[in-house]
Design a protein around this ligand. Sequence first.
Ligand SMILES: [Zn+2]
Length: 158
Amino acid sequence: MQPEMRIGYGYDSHEFKPGIPLKIGGIALPHDQGLGGHSDGDVLLHAITDALLGAIAGPDIGSLFPPSDPQWKNADSAVFLREALRRVKTAGYELVNLDSTLILAAPKIGPHAEAIRNHVAQLCGIPADCVGIKAKTPEGTGTENAVVAHVVALLKRR
Ligand SMILES: [Zn+2]
């Protein structure tokens, strides 16, 4: 018998690179640099994807969508999230809520938190009041040139 509820945890980090757009939670933020690496570098959507996959003990985002595969270069990270949600549904679960913490020196997330929350909620098919968006500065961690995202997600049996 499958458990009634499952929790998942996701973590991701991307380094700032000049001259590329910054996307967090599917929202373009005004900033002089963006996040390099896998796909469009959307650190929050990647961490949410991994939290969902982790909750069903699935393969992680890097196994499903290898960064070495050229088809994922500059890809919209919503594609990864949709695949994770599809797998959650197939496993017999649905997302209840998720909570996130972003760690970054700049830009300030506060003015954009509402837009990010609404967009992530829409992508995940849950109410906006079931999406936590919090941000901290990387004080003392030496990660000023990166954005780090931590996410937990709760699933319930359908
Ligand atoms: Zn990533």
